[in-house]
Design a protein around this ligand. Structure first.
Ligand code: ADP
Ligand code: MG
Ligand code: ZN
Length: 626
């Protein structure tokens, strides 16, 4: 019914057989050896059937003088030949000696039984059992290799590129599948035109870019864009992720690069697409520990390959990254990825277009206005929106509805923004009331601070690890924030803490996140955004970014102790000012806050309009949301 396209690239067509389940060489050998062992067992030289009898029966035979001869095997068994029976009898009797019987020999002698010993014969099953740990170990290692991420038998095909080849047939993506992105499409049109008819360009002696780098935040549709270029031009598409090159063995990545370009050259015209280029392309010589050798080799090989061929061959290399800043400068030099195309976050119109594309695949109720959903999803990427549509379809399906309604979209968006509601979490009455006071404290401030975003909803239904939450939505797409907005944001953060203090004269651990957020914002204001008057517009402390963690974990302190103290003071001043403003409002509207908390206790969730009603404020028409 619904299509779970979200977040995934549309599935690749069935893999060509070469990539499928071909047993790897070692697995084959392993299989053959096992087969040989079994055959050896069934056709082993001595095939006289053996009948095993009980030791007590043997004792009886012995007692009754019926035994002619015995052969003592070294594994505590006796082969028995009865009197009147020749050793060539079709069935041999055998018994197992259950305990060390010191008298056995003397009894046998007494009864005149011929005794002989058997030559120690290599016991087949003994051998298997001895080898068993090794066989199991080997099988386990094989299994580990096969189930490694990326699957397949890659451990045994080290050098192969494993680039997935997307053929023109199968699922073809074109520019119409990418909503918005006018600028990016415009830039890539040239690549499409060239791939469609390389001669036209080469005749003119025009230099076609070899490499185009798609730059954009995660989920903006870079991968989709690259595939659509191939689809538009109708050429083969080789897709490989940067992390696929990085393998545990040195030299593997480099040979994969070689192999990928080899494949590309053979199938020109085509597109080679390296997704997540930053995984291989990070600045050389900046890794932690010694583990970056392999990556450097891979990168060097990539540079060599890019230099080594001409775009006249009809091969264009696309790459995607969300971190162009960490790429090795060598990658961006002319003749390599010298052209960058920005794949931007969608604005409101583009969000609507993306919604249109994805909702075309699911049955939608007539009451749905995509423009309203687009307005209520600022900051969401294309992938987020694809995900939203899918979640909405899931909600509708779960309720057995024939079509998706506006309400499903609302639920889906709240789930994406806040996490899944945990309606079953048991919260004590006291805790519930404290949560209501806390959230009412946040909510109230949205209405009495000048620069704050309008409240979207406030709830005391636990979401994820939070017991409650007050959610706001910006009125429009924003690309930067003013000082006033941030100060109000900090004040709102303190709303919960202040309300708890005012009503209970003590505070809970539930304020941790709020305090953290407030402090962080204040620090940014002072150190980065130049928003503290006494510190001036100066950047204090350079962010240091460890190459492999990809996350800010260290701040380089490039200022004196004296400055550090001044920074601390400035931060504290901002926090204090915001807090006292929040406190003033909360004290002034204490009654309203209490009314809000009571309403929350009985209704659990309040939306903007309901809050306005309780606070006797005019209903909002501007900040309409769904
Ligand atoms: P990126 O590679 O930039 O992280 P993807 O190309 O993987 O993003 O996008 C993930 C999914 O989001 C796509 O498969 C598609 O369903 C959806 N998507 C993103 N941007 C758009 C867009 N502009 N139009 C339509 N769908 C989009
Ligand atoms: Mg991608
Ligand atoms: Zn809070």
């Amino acid at each position: 019914m619904f299509n779970d396209q979200n977040n995934k690239q549309p599935g690749p067509p069935p893999r060509p057989p070469m990539q499928g389940g071909r047993p790897s060489g070692l697995a084959l050998i392993f299989f053959l050896v096992m087969a040989a062992l079994f055959i050896a067992y069934f056709f082993r030289g001595n095939s006289t059937p053996i009948r095993e009898i009980r030791y007590s029966d043997f004792s009886n035979y012995l007692e009754q003088n019926q035994i002619d001869s015995v052969t003592i095997n070294d594994n505590n068994t006796l082969d028995i030949v009865l009197k009147g029976q020749s050793a060539q009898e079709p069935v041999r009797l055998r018994t197992r000696i259950p305990y060390q019987d010191p008298d056995l020999l003397s009894v046998l002698r007494e009864k005149n039984v011929n005794i002989s010993g058997a030559a120690a014969r290599m016991n087949f099953w003994r051998m298997i059992i001895d080898l068993l740990p090794w066989i199991i170990g080997f099988a386990f290692i094989m299994y580990m290799f096969r189930s490694m991420p990326g699957g397949g038998n890659r451990a045994f095909q080290f050098g192969k590129s494993r680039a997935k080849r997307y053929h023109e047939e199968g699922k073809k993506v074109s520019f119409t599948d990418v909503a918005g992105q006018k600028d990016a499409k415009y830039e890539l049109e040239e690549v499409v035109a060239f791939l469609k008819n390389p001669q036209k360009f080469t005749k003119m002696g025009a230099r076609i870019p070899k490499g185009v780098l798609l730059v954009g935040l995660p989920g903006t549709g870079k991968t989709l864009m690259a595939r659509s270029v191939a689809g538009e031009a109708g050429v083969a598409f080789f897709h490989m992720s940067g992390s696929d090159f990085v393998e545990m063995f040195v030299g593997v990545g480099a040979s994969r690069v070689r192999d990928l370009f080899e494949q590309g050259r053979r199938s020109a015209p085509c597109i080679i697409f390296i997704d997540e280029l930053d995984a291989v392309g990070r600045t050389r010589g900046a890794g932690y520990g010694g583990g970056h050798d392999e990556r450097e080799q891979t990168l060097n090989q990539l540079l060599v390959e890019m230099d080594g061929f001409d775009s006249k061959d009809g091969v264009i290399i696309l790459a995607a990254t969300n971190r162009p800043d960490v790429l090795d400068p060598a990658l961006l030099r002319p003749g390599r990825f010298d052209r960058q195309v920005v794949v931007a976050m969608p604005d409101i119109k583009e969000r609507e277009a993306i919604l249109q594309i994805h909702s075309a695949k699911i049955p939608m109720s007539k009451d749905i206005e995509l423009s309203r959903i687009a307005r209520a999803t600022p900051g969401m990427s294309g992938a987020d929106i694809a995900n939203l549509v899918n979640e909405a379809a899931l909600f509708a399906a779960r309720k057995d509805k024939p079509e998706v309604q506006m309400h499903d979209f609302e639920e889906a968006r709240d789930k994406i923004l806040m996490g899944v509601a945990r309606k079953t979490l048991v919260v004590s009455d006291k805790e519930r009331r404290m949560t209501a006071i806390h959230e009412a404290g946040h909510a109230l401030l949205h209405y009495f601070l000048k620069n704050a975003d309008p409240l979207h909803k406030v709830t005391i239904v636990p979401h994820g690890r939070a017991l409650g939450m007050a959610l706001s939505l910006p009125e429009e797409d924003t690309y930067s924030r003013t000082r006033g907005w941030i100060e109000d944001r900090i004040a709102i953060c303190y709303g919960g803490w202040l309300a708890e203090k005012l009503f209970y004269n003590e505070t809970t651990t539930g304020t941790k996140q709020d305090i953290q957020q407030a402090t962080e914002m204040a620090r940014h204001m002072v150190c980065e955004w130049g928003m503290a008057d006494e510190m001036g517009p100066v950047a204090y402390g350079q962010e240091e970014e460890p190459i492999f963690l990809g996350k800010e974990i260290a701040r380089h302190q490039d200022y004196s102790e004296e400055t550090a103290r001044r920074i601390d003071n400035a931060v504290k001043k901002i926090l204090d000012r915001a807090r006292s403003e929040a406190e003033r409002i909360i004290r002034k509207y204490r009654k309203g806050l209490e009314a809000l908390a009571d309403a929350l206790l009985s209704r659990e969730t309040l939306i903007d309009d309901e809050v306005r009603e309780i606070l006797h404020l005019p209903s909002a028409t501007a900040g309409e949301s769904f």
